[in-house]
Design a binder for this molecule. Structure first.
Ligand code: NAD
Length: 388
């Protein structure tokens, strides 16, 4: 349970500034405009003409825009921000917003590094404002149904996720250090935590580039996670895999004592329960229309601010999804099994060394990272989430 400043409903929509008018910001802007629960109050981007063009495209050319978040927030009487900047900007943008008294709904990954993520946990605690990460892949009716199926299987043994895509279009990924793990696998790792309601304990990972890869950083990885409760989560992903591509959601299989469930990430998931007296395929239940993923995250953010309910992916909770990425990177570079506590404590030491004043005091007050994070762990609902 996390406490943060709430904004009880006053009959009006929440006034939101979108920071970052790149491709992801351009997905957020119409989502904000279409939601009755929020009002688009302004747009911030270091590239001001880009922010102006985005406002003009939305039909609101007079909207407050600029490169300075404080100025746009003041001019627009903002109540919250959505941070759709690139990962290196997540720390400075979020810290500035929290210091301005603005709650933040940030894009994944939480930050560019785990040390920066822990800095942001401390900054959010110090400010008393809500910082939630939008892990939009959680807001998907197929996944919610698959999660129900997984719960029908009794104790689980192993879960696999396969992700195979050919990513040519984004040059930014082609020069990143960890394009697959930091940009994409973070979604799948976070989904595994949600699906299993379990946390990562340790990982062995290998990552590499096949001979035809056009990426600088490794675009292929396989990771075997030990999760709490003993279940193993096995991930294989590739960004340079032409033919028979999987869904962006990955292709999943869950194997439990009573049976198995599969989900290709697009079609309704399948469940086969096998017991001593019955073996049968349970017909897939019709699912509602595909959910608009970031609209689900936005709705949960507003609901949290209105009610004080800790949302999924509140910053404390989301740290472990990024820790899975960093543990994979360490395992792949050292060739050994990595305990998640090792990367958390190492990131904490880095964060303490870099932080100043109040944030450093908060970080130093933690007896251990897992002790600091676990009281805030949000238990995902066992009932299906409402997906719009
Ligand atoms: N959830 C998803 O499905 C999904 C999909 C794609 C990208 N993303 C995430 O969204 C984020 C943005 O992705 P993108 O592809 O749009 O990135 P991008 O780098 O193409 O665009 C980011 C924009 O932010 C602006 N910016 C950078 N620093 C800023 C700062 N300090 N203040 C104001 N503006 C700043 C840049 O000028 C740029 O216009 C990333 O974290 C990415 O991982 C999420």
């Amino acid at each position: 349970m996390t406490t943060f400043r709430t904004m009880p409903a006053d009959g009006g929509p929440l006034r939101v500034v979108v920071v970052g008018a790149g491709p992801m910001g351009r997905r957020w802007l119409p989502t904000v405009q279409e939601s009755p629960e929020v009002d688009l109050a302004g747009i911030v981007d270091l590239d001001v003409p880009l922010a102006q063009a985005a406002a003009a495209e939305l039909g609101v050319p007079d909207l407050p825009v600029g490169a300075d978040l404080a100025a746009v927030a003041a001019a627009s009487d903002a109540q919250a921000i959505i941070d759709a900047t690139a990962p290196p900007a997540h720390l400075p943008v979020t810290v500035q917003a929290l210091e301005l008294g603005l709650p933040v709904l940030g894009e994944k990954p939480l930050a560019a590094t785990l040390a920066e993520a822990l800095h942001l946990v401390a900054a959010a605690e110090r400010s008393g404002e809500l910082f939630m990460v939008s892990q939009n892949y959680r807001y998907n009716t197929g996944l919610l149904r698959f999660r129900e199926h997984a719960r029908a299987l009794g104790p689980l043994g192993v879960v696999t996720a396969e992700f195979f895509k050919t990513l040519h279009k984004r040059q930014v990924h082609e020069v990143m250090d960890h394009p697959l793990l930091l940009e994409m696998a973070i979604h799948t790792f976070d989904t595994a935590r949600f699906l299993l309601d379990a946390e990562p304990v340790a990982v062995y990972c290998t990552k590499y580039n096949p001979s035809w890869s056009w990426f600088r950083g490794e675009a292929v990885a396989t990771a075997i996670f030990e999760m709490t409760g003993g279940v193993r989560f096995v991930y294989t992903g590739s960004f340079c895999s032409p033919g028979l591509e999987t869904s962006w959601n990955s292709a999943w299989r869950v194997s439990g004592e009573r049976g198995s469930a599969c989900w290709d990430g697009d079609a309704p998931p399948r469940l086969e329960v096998a017991t001593s007296d019955s073996v049968g395929e349970v017909p897939a239940v019709a699912t509602p229309a595909p959910a608009n993923s970031i609209a689900g995250a936005l709705a949960e953010f507003v609901h949290a601010l209105r009610t004080g309910t800790t949302p999924m992916c509140e910053v404390h909770d989301n740290v472990l999804s990024l820790a899975m990425v960093e543990a994979c990177v360490l395992s792949a570079s050292t060739g050994r099994r990595v305990d998640l506590n090792e990367v958390l404590e190492s990131a904490h030491a880095t964060a303490v060394a870099k932080a100043e004043d109040d944030v450093r005091d908060v970080l130093r007050s933690w007896t251990s990272v897992s002790a600091a994070l676990s009281p805030h762990r949000c238990t995902p609902p066992t009932e299906p989430l409402e997906v719009r």
